[in-house]
Design a protein around this ligand. Structure first.
Ligand SMILES: [Ca+2]
Ligand SMILES: [Ca+2]
Length: 258
């Protein structure tokens, strides 16, 4: 619209400046000038579009690089690399691998989601995130979602079923976050924060540790800069009917996208 009216005003101005008929060459020059101006604007628009296309997409990629801005196409686990269940409850195993891939299905502060798989006592699962990686950026870099809840609504009394968490970049050498606490809060263990994000019932960003719920982990604590695998192992020293970790999902907070 704007370009069209500018073209018209240029034409009108050219007319005002030419009250009498001018030599053909001049009129042709004026038309040519108008044409050149129009083409110039079209070219500029094309150039701008081209610039914006590349610059804007670069900007998105830049934002998703070390600092992470949740712009990866997949910010959740994309594969189960291995699963070694422990004895005890076996809930949800028929739903592997899908049940632990993609976003969490949180049930809020006083309920536990059933969209989980129980690891069994001492059981272990390794998740992959291809083609993305977890990278060390500001604060927590990934979030592990169990189905913990606050018993009686008391934040000091989490119904926690704990697991240790390890990370690896090559799938062979793993570095462990120390999960040794035996009383709340449970430090570097996973499995003691309720999960709020659930795409089926709310729009809470599961990659935002300030609102998603779950247990966040910071690669900087281990001196690790990048991880492509997360291994979660139920605490074998915590036993009983309810002593085994239930995995819902893992999200990447600070991601590197290909
Ligand atoms: Ca649980
Ligand atoms: Ca970090």
């Amino acid at each position: 619209m704007r370009g069209k009216s500018e073209d018209q005003s240029v034409g009108a101005e050219a007319t005002r400046k030419s009250p009498r008929p001018r030599p053909t060459t001049e009129r042709e020059l004026a038309r040519e000038s108008t044409l050149v101006n129009s083409c110039g604007r079209a070219l500029a628009a094309l150039l701008w579009f081209g610039f914006c296309s590349s610059a804007c997409s670069s900007s998105v990629l830049d934002r998703s690089a070390p600092s992470g801005e949740h712009s990866c196409s997949a910010s959740f686990a994309t594969s189960v690399e291995s699963f070694s269940p422990g004895p005890g409850p076996s809930f949800g195993r028929a739903n592997l691998p899908g049940v632990v891939l993609g976003p969490p299905k949180g049930a809020g502060p006083i309920n536990g989601s059933l969209d989980v798989v129980t690891l069994g006592n001492g059981g272990s699962i390794t998740l992959g995130f291809a083609p993305n990686s977890i990278v060390d950026g500001p604060g927590p870099d990934f979030i592990v979602f169990e189905n913990a809840f606050y018993a009686g609504g008391d934040p000091n009394a989490p119904y926690a079923e704990l697991a240790s968490v390890e990370v690896s970049d090559d799938g062979q050498q793993f570095e462990a976050f120390p999960c040794i606490a035996s009383a709340a809060p449970y430090g570097d263990c996973a499995g003691y924060h309720p999960v709020y994000a659930n795409p089926d019932s709310n729009s809470i960003d599961a990659t935002d540790p300030s609102v998603a719920g779950g247990d966040g982990f910071d690669l900087a604590e281990l001196g690790v800069t990048k991880a492509r695998y997360v291994r979660i192992t139920d605490r074998v020293d915590l036993t009983g009917t309810d002593g085994t970790f239930d995995l819902d999902a893992v999200s990447i907070v600070n991601a590197e996208c290909p």
